[in-house]
Design a binder for this molecule. Sequence first.
Ligand code: SF4
Ligand code: MG
Length: 335
Amino acid sequence: MPELLQVRDLRKYYWKKLGLLRPTTQTVHAVDGISFDLRERETLGLVGESGCGKSTAGRSVLRLIEPTSGEISFNGRDVLKFDSENLRAMRREAQMVFQDPFGSLNPRLTVAQIVEEPLVIHERMTGSERRERAGEMLATVGLRPEHLDRFPHEFSGGQRQRIGIARALMLNPRLLVADEPVSALDVSVQAQVLNLMGDLQERFGLAYLLIAHDLGVVRYICHRVAVMYLGEIVETAPVDDLIRSPLHPYTEGLVSAVPVTHPRLRHRREGLRGEVASPLNPPAGCRFHPRCPYAMPICSEQRPPMREVADQRHVACHLHDAEIAKSTSSKEFPA
Ligand code: SF4
Ligand code: MG
């Protein structure tokens, strides 16, 4: 399927003033040179622990925040060159679904006002046309047209997320960036909302960029996954391959309950050790090296480049560099 979204070397830095007496400015490397593609009708999961930059990446792609540098191509067009008119047009085709169904809906507006809002901004329609379309969309997401005159607080978390999804779909977008769409919901409700997202993808031909910290969610709905650590993507793979045989030690930590097939990563890990370092001052070389059980001397010195190691499988780890693997003596990795 053709590419809908191509992201190359995307960066988002913030500058933070630290210290009172002698303040210095430090750079927060929130997103630090990530590249990925998303095909039409595909779901790509962007996964990692909180603070790894995945939400910043998702918002940057839609220019809800301005990236520092990089390239974003949506439907073959250069998003970073868009003026406000182009951006407005893009927002019809690419919408965001937010994490918190409690915070993202204005409590003072009725469901009709919330769901119709994109039509008010982008379409010329009469009030009754808008209302009819909003009622249809509510039915599409599993609610009822008579819910239009109620307020968000009258709904459960899952229903509110359905309202958020209905609003996002009102302009027939091709891409939804969904930032932790189910993480605020009870587990029993999560599957319902994910199933709904799957049905909507089929029906409307949607592509999703699904931001999640939870591989369970990703496994449920994604085709491919990009794993982020401290602002960088460290591995991309089809979801089943990633979970069956994670290549990056960080991914292995995330998948820790799953047996590992890499000959050097034979034993089962018990989750991740240590804390994520600060994006203010990320470790040199491989950013994961302070936490990595397989770290070699080179890991703190050289940043491992992203390599294609098999069809659709990319990983940034020195363990997967044939030359380095050859030169590392086997005593460090007893068989
Ligand atoms: Fe671990 Fe080195 Fe691979 Fe980084 S490059 S994940 S420190 S083995
Ligand atoms: Mg987030």
